[in-house]
Write a new protein. Structure first.
Length: 358
């Protein structure tokens, strides 16, 4: 049996972008075991993936907490436990898809016949395979899912003929989420109603379009198509969700109290999803939910949603993709996105869908 360890520590969306690589490996080696190392806080992305043999959760949060609290004994025991778990398997291939210091250290600690990473990570000097293609956040012209596949080719575990023509994402949640969402829809009086989702949230401020803009688009969808609007965000992002709700003229349902798996199950039932570039965007793409994605300063070529029923909105500006996001104060990329063009993208996308999708 071929044993392969993929290392992609964060974040939810980026880990989902490894799923085409997992699928390609299983098609090339049907009996192989694919393990994946991730930070423990992002393990949900692959926790229920049927083709992941073992999910190695790097306990970063606990390790940091131990250091902060001067609990060196607990730190050493926790670290030793993870290393023992990691080294309990000898892999044929260990592939660092993340190429940061933490991921390279995991690769170095793992037992493997062939280890692969990228030349940009200095610790990859100790790997026999060092890729040299451009993976720059702003400069790369390859989609992140294609980048992951390219690492597998360079490592020698896939050939060019094994690469999918169109990489597709996968997301698998627990079976319990289906029944939980059924109960939620019944409780909210939403069973059988056409639902559209609005996600005004994202992991960083610079990836968020205006709440007022999302509110206007939500009102357009409610008034033009009769959709009931569901607003998405984590419990910590509830203030943003409430800001959108407070700016709307029509009814909306705040779903921010749902668990991650419940929210993602609900995204799979939407007629349309309008979202910032975020993990929910990639979940919607994986589940086949028609979506309109708004991209601000990010490299769209690298992170656009991989799905058929998509409209991506971004601006053609000389400063994009942004090379110094932290220093930008103008947010001109999102400032030029208008409510009218987002509504038109929704209208255009809905017009292409089967009749079952109003």
């Amino acid at each position: 049996m071929t044993r392969i360890l993929l290392i992609r520590l964060s974040s939810l969306g980026d880990i989902l972008l490894t799923t085409p690589a997992i699928r390609a490996l299983k098609e090339r080696y049907p009996d192989c075991r694919v393990d994946v190392a991730v930070y423990d806080r992002f393990a949900a992305a692959l926790a229920h993936h049927p083709d992941v043999g073992r999910l190695l959760a790097v306990p970063k949060k606990k390790l940091k907490s131990c250091l902060k609290g001067w609990e060196f004994g607990t730190f050493l025991r926790t670290l030793a436990g993870f290393i023992a778990d990691l080294r309990s398997t000898r892999y044929d291939y260990v592939i660092d898809l993340h190429n940061v210091t933490d991921s390279a250290l995991v690769a170095l600690l793992a037992r493997g016949a062939t280890k692969a990473g990228h030349k940009k990570q200095f610790l990859s000097l100790f790997f026999p395979v060092r890729s040299r293609f451009d993976i720059g956040f702003a400069s790369s012209t390859m989609h992140a899912a294609e980048v992951n596949l390219r690492f597998l080719v360079d490592a020698g575990c896939l050939g060019e003929q094994d690469l999918p023509e169109k990489p597709r994402l996968e997301f698998h949640g627990p079976e319990t989420a289906r029944a939980e969402v059924d109960a939620y829809l019944q409780q909210q009086g939403l069973q059988g109603m056409p639902l559209a989702g609005i996600n005004p949230c994202a992991s960083y401020d610079f990836k968020r379009w205006s709440p007022e803009g999302f509110a206007a688009v939500a009102d357009f969808l409610a008034e033009t198509y009769g959709y009931t609007i569901l607003l998405f965000g984590s419990p910590n992002e509830r203030p943003i969700v409430q800001q959108v709700m407070g700016s709307m003229k029509n009814r909306a349902v705040d779903t921010s109290a749902l668990s991650l798996f419940q929210a993602f199950e609900l995204i799979g039932r939407l007629r349309l999803f309008v979202t910032n570039d975020s993990a929910p965007m990639h979940v919607a793409a994986a589940l086949g939910t028609p979506l309109v994605a708004l991209h601000g300063p990010i490299n769209v070529k690298k992170f656009y949603p991989l799905a058929d029923h998509v409209r991506s909105i971004s601006k053609d500006l000389p400063c994009l993709p942004c090379k110094d996001i932290g220093a930008c104060r103008s947010q001109i990329c999102f400032g030029q996105v208008t409510v009218a063009e987002v509504c038109e993208a929704c209208r255009d996308l809905l017009a292409t869908l089967p009749e079952a999708q109003p």
